[in-house]
Design a protein. Structure first.
Length: 288
């Protein structure tokens, strides 16, 4: 049957698909809009399959804090190009996903993909947006952060491709000074890329690997075998100061560590605030 330009335009407005795709879908569906939409959705799934091997190294990181600052969520959604990362369709999709994470609090990505938004599974929503945009789109990772006696602090770097969320415990009063300090520490995490909060969290395997490297270097420098362990132990402090947030030199004051700043705050206010965890999502990271 003949398909009018008005019908093609209407289907495009309903789905956001290309004009030619809309015309072909209407022709295949004999003018039935519901069937045409189904055809376009199936095409979106096909596009998703074709794009599976493409790299999605652009995207956006979003955060949300609620429950009087005691709960937060951080989400990363990826695409192929920065042009798409800044588009309304992509950003609105990412916001929808963040909203469902906040509302339903899925335990993992598989659970998230099976949740529904307005009666449509997230997996199908993803295929729809892939078909509409024409790029590989990935819901890469997310986290929901809870505190009973603390606060959640977030930071989104300019451009929204890097985000940080901190979990702070033992907060008896949310002072402006504390919030400013934690925002600064969140920016520290963004800039300095720590791997752990404190040295107790560093896996034994990682420590032993570092020690072997230090010993081998010292051995090649001609150091006596009997002192290699002592040399390696000494060099571990530098390693911890690089990978452990509390032992990193504070970027705004290189005379202090992050841990010392928190200790100073606690001493001044008679508190016992602790930084328990952080999440750092960067779209440029290798996964993830």
């Amino acid at each position: 049957m003949a398909i009018s330009a008005a019908d093609v335009k209407k289907l495009r407005e309903m789905t956001g698909a290309g004009m030619l795709d809309c015309k072909k879908a209407l022709q295949e569906a004999d003018g039935d809009f519901d069937k045409a939409i189904e055809i376009l959705r199936k095409k979106g799934a096909s596009v998703a399959a074709k794009r599976a091997e493409r790299s999605a190294n652009e995207g956006v990181v979003l955060t949300k804090i609620w429950n009087d600052g005691k709960t937060g969520a951080i989400l990363e959604v990826n695409c192929e190009t920065d042009f798409v990362a800044n588009s309304d369709d992509f950003v609105n999709f990412a916001k929808e996903i963040l909203d469902i994470v906040v509302e339903k609090r899925p335990a993992n990505r598989d659970e998230l993909m099976n949740l529904e938004i307005d009666g449509v599974k997230v997996a199908d929503k993803l295929n729809d947006v892939i078909g509409k945009i024409g790029e590989k789109i990935e819901i890469s990772r997310f986290a929901v952060v809870d505190t009973e006696n603390g606060m959640v602090v977030d930071y989104i770097h300019h451009g929204a491709n890097l985000g940080v969320m901190l979990k702070i415990c033992n907060v008896t009063e949310k002072t402006d000074e504390l919030e400013t300090l934690m925002k600064d520490i969140a920016m520290q995490v963004a800039a300095m890329k720590p791997l752990y909060v404190k040295r107790d969290e560093v896996p034994t395997e990682a420590i032993e690997k570092e020690k072997e490297i230090y010993k081998e270097v010292a051995r090649k420098e001609g150091k006596p075998e009997q002192i290699l362990d002592r040399i390696a132990e000494g060099k571990l402090n530098k390693y911890f100061s690089e990978v452990c947030l509390l032992e990193q030199t504070f970027v705004k004051d290189n005379t202090k560590t992050v841990g010392q700043l928190i200790d100073e705050y606690n001493k001044a206010h008679g508190t016992n605030v602790t930084l328990e965890a952080f999440y750092r999502f960067h779209v440029a990271d290798e996964k993830k």
